[in-house]
Ligand binder design. Structure first.
Ligand SMILES: C[S@@+](CC[C@H](N)C(=O)[O-])C[C@H]1O[C@@H](n2cnc3c(N)ncnc32)[C@H](O)[C@@H]1O
Length: 220
C-alpha cells in the first residue's frame, strides 16, 4: 500500500482525494478533528516536527495545506490578525528536507513557487474555489470552464452569510456539500476544505522525486 501524510488535514477534504487515488492516509492537525476521514490521525503542531525525518521518509507522498488567512483575498475586509503567521516557508523547508514528493496547497495570492491553479469547473463541480498547488512533479490542469459560470460560495460563517454581488451562496449545508463533492463535513469544516477531486487528480500524478545522484530518479 502507498502511504500519504496530510499535514494541516482539517476534516480531510484533501485526505479523501488521496484515498481515492489509492493511498493510506495519516492526517496531522493541531486541533482534534472528530469528523476526520483518514486512516490515522495525529493531533500535533505540524511545524514542530511531530515526526522524525526517518518517519517522514516512510511516506510515499506528503500533502500540506498550511492555514491561509494571511493570504486570502478576504484580507481586504479587515479579517487578518497579526497572529496569522505565514506557515508556508517553514512547511516547505520541512518537506524539502524529507526528500519525499510533496504538494503545498494554498489560496490565490499566497507565495507559492511555480504553482498550478485548479478550479471546481475542471471536475464538474459547482464551486469555483480556485486554489494554488506547488509540487515536486508536474501537474496537468484539466480545462477550466468557470468563466461566466455560476459559482456556489462555500465560505463565511453560515450559508446565510452576506456575499459580494454576483456570487451565489450555498442555500444550506447540503447544497454546499454537493457543490464541493464532500458528504461528511459540517459547515465550518466545509469552508476550510478543498474538494477531494483536486487532491485525487494531483495524487494520481505524484512521482518520486529525482535524487541528486541520479537525476532520473529511483529505479521503479
Ligand atoms: C485550510 S485547513 C485544511 C483543510 C483540509 N486541507 C481539507 O481539505 O479539508 C487548515 C488546518 O490547519 C490546522 N492548523 C493550523 N495550524 C496548524 C499547525 N501548526 N499544525 C497543524 N495543523 C494546524 C487548522 O486546525 C486547520 O484544520
Amino acid at each position: 500500500v502507498r502511504r500519504a501524510l496530510d499535514l494541516f488535514c482539517g476534516a480531510g477534504g484533501a485526505t479523501r482525494g488521496l484515498q481515492r487515488a489509492g493511498f493510506h492516509v495519516t492526517g496531522v492537525d493541531v486541533f482534534p478533528q472528530p469528523s476526520y476521514v483518514g486512516d490515522r490521525f495525529i493531533e500535533a503542531d505540524a511545524t514542530a516536527l511531530p515526526l522524525t525525518l526517518e518517519e517522514l521518509r516512510e511516506f510515499d507522498f506528503i500533502w500540506a495545506s498550511p492555514p491561509c488567512q494571511r493570504h486570502t483575498q478576504l484580507r481586504g475586509l479587515g479579517k487578518a490578525k497579526a497572529s496569522d503567521v505565514d506557515l508556508i516557508p517553514v512547511t516547505r523547508e520541512l518537506l524539502r528536507l524529507s526528500g519525499v514528493p510533496y504538494v503545498i496547497e494554498n489560496v490565490v495570492g499566497a507565495p507559492l513557487i511555480n504553482p498550478v491553479t485548479l478550479c471546481g469547473s475542471m471536475f464538474g463541480l459547482a464551486v469555483k474555489r480556485h486554489r494554488l498547488f506547488e509540487a515536486t512533479f508536474p501537474i496537468e490542469p484539466p480545462r477550466c470552464a468557470c468563466r461566466g459560470r455560476r459559482n456556489i460560495a462555500v465560505y463565511g460563517k453560515s450559508p446565510a452569510h452576506r456575499l459580494p454581488d454576483g456570487v451565489i451562496r450555498a442555500r444550506d449545508l447540503q447544497h454546499g456539500r454537493e457543490a464541493m463533492g464532500i458528504d461528511w463535513m459540517n459547515w465550518r469544516e466545509l469552508t476550510q476544505a478543498i474538494p477531494p477531486a483536486y487532491s485525487e487528480h494531483i495524487a494520481r500524478a505524484a512521482r518520486p522525486t529525482p535524487t541528486k545522484e541520479d537525476p532520473r530518479g529511483p529505479v521503479e
